[in-house]
Ligand binder design. Structure first.
Ligand SMILES: Nc1ncnc2c1ncn2[C@@H]1O[C@H](COP(=O)(O)OP(=O)(O)OP(=O)(O)O)[C@@H](O)[C@H]1O
Length: 857
């Protein structure tokens, strides 16, 4: 037990209260005796409550002078025998053992009162036979070495004191940590220091407490230093137990540290995981608190040590002002610490409003509680025991009892481990079908894994055009979603038992997602759908795209599907497509609007599809445009060959077998079937048939039945916007033709072919795109001549491109351009002869404008 005696010289000062608070938190004394409190009981009681002392006895000050206070905790038993303005005399025992007397004194400062005081003290009891101890401010300088500075020591001043010691057979206990307990707080030659505070004891008492020791602490906020009486001597320095400070709860970082510490630990499971996590959390908190508060605490400790050193060396003390400065500094540190917590409390009060009252109550009460983390530790191990008990109980107790245990057991586990986990296995059923969720997560994590995981696995997934990197088994990566932290781990179960199965034994791979219970709703409702969506999009980007073509129906069977496919690796892009920039941009915007338009299509009640009609002379880039569109949208391409399809039913079956995110292409629709002017051709056919004899008619009919396609215009129309077209969604239908004028108007009306794109002869702007990619130049002297010729000649981009391709290795740019010029001239001459007055159509400006001419030059 420790006892603190201190002449505070007024407890109304906030610095003194703070200093007292520091002493209390540093030494946790069981008894506090303060003299010269100079405060009324009501005020002192408030401080006592704050400091959590259970009992009190006060001697009120006279006016604003004097005043004594005695506080003690419940484990100390004190009965007050007598009290007055200079003494509180009591009988006490600690933990019910060793009853003894203790007098807490405040010796009178005036000479005329000193004699009365010390004489009356010697009459209190015959101390030779009792255990008696006197602690406090004696207000007596007993020996010459007990004073430095000021008026020299006068032995007569100590006469009453020594009389008392001799009469009562009392001895003085040595005090460690300095000689002088009082200083006049001046510097240099004016400094006076004295030993006024003492601990006296009877021999009986000393025998009972042989290890008792007095210790002097740093004088803060008062000219007296507090003295401590340690009944059991100096406690052995042992490794400090981990203690969870309630004030840490005011720091958000504290929660983050706990979350970090409590994060899943790979390769550890079962009951071991709790122990490991507690250990990790503890060391995280220790490190964090040391970094965060350590600096302030360390400097406070260093200053205290320095003051102590100076207190013990009066010579230094005499010649220096340092102690005073150090005390000011120490006070500042304590104040800033206090202000920090005060401000935090205010901020949190604003944040939490009324709830704050409860919160801080809980926070302050927490000191009384067992350390939370250690409590958790205990709970964890009790949990392990409970798991064992539960297993036994399941077998031997009635079900309703087991249910009860289960309910509370779950609560207990939730308290110890407030995290939820979701597992995503690779295969979801006995047919070993790969789970879509697993693949999506793998894609989603592949990007994050390469950035944060140390051990990675490289995998070439089916239908993927590039290697997919994923975290290796037992690796863990953290992810964040709207400020919520989650952890993904990759695991596998290796099959142990030999099972007889048609499928080879494979590892059961799975991903595990861990997150805090309080975020469960948001994780399930928002985070996981996002992971799925992003994962699918990444998979879509990475996958190998396909070019499908339809097989003749006579080959369709279980082994030959309706569509066969090859990898779609056409290099065309909008960048390489020779076309005016404005039109190109317009098409790209249209495609973007379609791709992003899922919700819009849904809202207006239209199937998510769009039709494009590409028309223009051969070689103007219609097929190239389709490839550029597919590459831009990252869609598959279904190239539908109508001539091999027998009838509308087959056509429908083929179309139902296509997937979404695809472009369905019917090239040269005008040549595919005689469907453009079906009505016209029917009339013509009937007329032709009428001219034939009956036998020829029959033979013709049979041949037609076996070879001709019976796909009709209405069948095609249905394929574009009939009911089937709503299957799947996100489809583009493209028809190409060299002769748009031949097409039935029903086929190309708006709503079926939503956008018509004319692919025209090469203009100068389109030529520049070709020159950039074929010749790797943006301008050249010959550009002007080429531009002029293109304005007067119809040449397709295909022909222009053909002339720009090198005929042999390392053919130079000029030669290739001159070849183009020659070809253009030849074409112009030929054209001039055949179509002298025909107006040329180009999708972009054919003339070179003045600025372009300037650029060329
Ligand atoms: N606008 C263009 N941009 C870039 N290259 C083009 C363009 N037009 C044609 N080409 C080149 O000409 C070749 C033939 O073009 P493409 O097959 O796309 O023309 P098309 O209009 O589809 O012809 P057809 O009507 O005969 O099918 C392509 O391989 C391409 O290299």
């Amino acid at each position: 037990m420790t006892m603190l005696a201190w002449n505070v010289r007024g407890l109304g000062n906030k610095d003194t209260v703070r200093a007292l608070k520091n002493f209390v938190s540093k030494f946790n004394p069981g008894i506090i005796f303060l003299s010269e409190t100079k405060q009324k009981m009501r005020y002192l009681e408030k401080i006592r409550m704050k400091m959590k002392y259970d009992n009190a006895h006060y001697v009120e000050p006279i006016g604003i002078a004097g005043g004594l206070l005695l506080w003690w905790k419940n484990d100390v038993k004190i009965s007050i025998l007598h009290s007055g303005k200079n003494i509180i005399d009591c009988e006490l025992s600690v933990n019910g053992e060793n009853e003894w007397f203790c007098s807490f004194i405040y010796g009178p400062p005036y000479e005329d009162e000193k004699q009365v005081f010390w004489e009356s003290l010697s009459t209190i009891r015959n101390s030779t036979q009792v255990k008696w101890c006197i602690v406090g401010d004696s207000n007596i300088v007993a020996r010459a070495e007990d004073k430095m500075g000021g008026v020299p020591f006068e032995p007569s001043q100590a006469k009453w004191f020594f009389d008392f010691l001799n009469k009562s057979c009392m001895i003085e206990l040595p005090i460690q940590g300095g000689t002088f307990t009082w200083s006049n707080q001046r510097s240099d030659d004016d400094v006076i220091v004295e030993k006024l505070d003492r601990i006296l004891s009877s021999l009986e008492w000393s025998e009972t407490f042989p290890r008792a020791l007095g210790v002097l602490d740093v004088a803060m906020a008062s000219d007296h230093a507090p003295i401590l009486l340690l009944l059991q001597g100096m406690p052995k320095r042992c490794k400090k137990d981990f203690k969870f400070e309630s004030t840490w709860l005011l720091e958000d970082e504290c929660f983050q540290e706990v979350e970090k510490g409590w994060a899943p630990i790979p390769q550890v499971n079962g009951s071991r995981i709790f122990g490991r996590k507690l250990k990790k959390t503890r060391s995280k908190l220790i490190k964090w608190s040391r970094d965060k508060f350590g600096k302030r605490r360390r400097s406070a400790e260093e200053i205290t040590e320095r003051i102590k050193l100076l207190q013990e060396n009066p010579l230094i003390l005499r010649t220096t002002n340092e102690v005073k400065e150090l005390k000011v500094e120490l006070n500042k540190i304590c104040e800033s610490e206090e202000r920090h917590w005060h401000q935090r409390a205010r901020v949190d009060w604003l944040k939490y409003g009324d709830k704050n009252t409860k919160f801080f109550h809980a926070t302050t009460l927490q000191n009384r509680r067992a350390n939370t983390v250690l409590a958790t530790f205990a709970v964890v191990y009790s949990t392990a025991t409970m798991v064992f008990v539960y297993t036994v109980a399941r077998q031997h107790f009635p079900q309703h009892l087991v249910d009860g245990v289960e309910k509370y057991g779950r609560k207990l586990v939730n308290f110890a481990f407030p995290y939820s986990q979701i597992t995503f296995p690779e295969f979801t059923d006995a047919y070993m079908r790969r789970s879509e969720a697993f693949t999506a997560i793998q894609n989603y994590l592949s990007e994050k894994s390469s950035a944060s995981a140390n051990r990675l696995k490289a995998d070439a997934l089916k239908d993927s055009r590039s290697l997919v990197l994923s975290m290796d088994y037992n690796e863990e990566i953290a992810d964040e979603f709207e400020g919520i932290k989650v952890w993904w781990t990759s695991n596998r179960n290796i099959p142990r038992s030999m099972q007889i199965s048609v499928y080879p034994a494979v590892d059961e791979k799975y991903y595990k997602l861990t997150f805090h219970n309080r975020h469960k709703k948001r994780i399930i409702e928002s985070y996981l759908p996002k992971v799925m969506e992003d994962g699918k999009a990444i998979g879509q980007d990475n996958r190998l795209r396909k070019l499908y073509s339809n097989n003749p129906s006579k080959h369709w069977n279980g082994f030959n599907p309706k569509w066969s496919h090859v990898a779609f690796e056409h290099p065309a892009s909008f960048d390489t497509l020779a076309m005016g920039a404005k039109r190109k941009k317009e098409i790209i915007n249209d495609l973007d609007a379609f791709k992003e338009g899922r919700e819009d299509y849904k809202r207006i009640g239209k199937p998510w599809k769009r039709g494009y009609l590409l028309y223009g002379p051969p070689g103007t880039g219609k097929s190239t445009m389709i490839a550029a569109m597919a590459n831009y949208l990252k869609y598959d391409v279904y190239d539908l060959e109508l001539t091999t399809i027998k009838d509308n039913t087959e056509l429908r079956r083929l179309l139902i077998d296509t997937s979404s995110k695809s472009i369905l292409v019917i090239e040269d629709i005008d040549c595919s079937l005689d469907i453009m002017n079906e009505r016209e051709s029917k009339k013509r056919k009937i007329k032709e048939d009428d001219d034939l004899d009956p036998i020829s008619k029959e033979v013709k009919k049979e041949t037609e039945e076996t070879t001709e396609s019976k796909v009709t215009l209405s069948g095609i129309l249905n394929c574009i916007d009939g009911l089937w077209s709503s299957c799947g969604g996100e489809r583009i239908i493209v028809f190409t033709t060299n002769y748009p004028e031949k097409l039935d108007q029903a086929l190309i009306r708006r709503g079926r072919m939503d956008k018509r794109i004319e692919m025209s002869y090469c203009c100068f702007e389109a030529f520049k795109v070709l020159a950039k990619h074929y010749l790797k130049i943006d301008s050249h002297l010959l550009f002007e001549e080429i531009g002029e010729l293109l304005g007067k000649t119809d040449m397709t981009p295909a022909d222009v491109a053909e002339n720009l391709i090198p005929m042999f290795k390392d053919e130079n740019v000029e030669t290739r351009m001159n070849r183009l010029i020659e070809a253009l001239k030849a074409a112009k001459e030929g054209e001039g002869a055949s179509r002298p007055n025909e107006k040329r159509k180009r999708g972009c400006n054919t003339r070179i404008n003045k600025r372009e001419k300037r650029n060329i030059r």
